[in-house]
Design a protein around this ligand. Sequence first.
Ligand SMILES: [Zn+2]
Length: 203
Amino acid sequence: MAEIFPIRLYGDPILKKKAQPVQDFSGIPQLAENLLETMFEARGVGLAAPQVGLGQRLFVAAEYLDDEGAEEGPEADLKTRIKQLYVMVNPVITHRSGQQSITEGCLSLPGLYAEGAQRDLQVRVEYQDEGGAKKTLEAEGYLAVVVQHEIDHLDGILFFQRMSFADKQKFLDLHREDLADFQRQARAFLREEVGRQAAGKQR
Ligand SMILES: [Zn+2]
């Protein structure tokens, strides 16, 4: 059974930290399954380990089939529309070309979407799969943005930090209240977590 993790929100310090390379792959298949399940539950296209509080260099992502006009209720199961799943461990972009900017969102900044993050149009990514086998992916367009967005999470970077200074200021001003609210929720979560850990040690 896959476990669904709480997703860390903007303001949580783990989102600013550089994650460490994965060396021991023994727990990675289960972790990847948990990340995928957490991503589906949150209806996301990508989720990086730091977003669930783990400082390891891996992320999961999905491409979905278009739902061809079907009414998609909140309960509609994304898993029926999977085109391709990705589990990328220790990913490195080894080639990049072109430029693009599309609307991005982030599960750690729920509900906020903005265009303006400067991205490469095409990337080549070298990575390991959940078993440690070396792989290469050539991605372009939307998938290339997803890959860059998720790898940025492994380096402690959020998408609005890839915007021009003016666009970034606009984003921060426009969403000031939401961002402050995420920070409050992140602090509350961490306080509870400290409490849970202390309670665990007493047992
Ligand atoms: Zn994100």
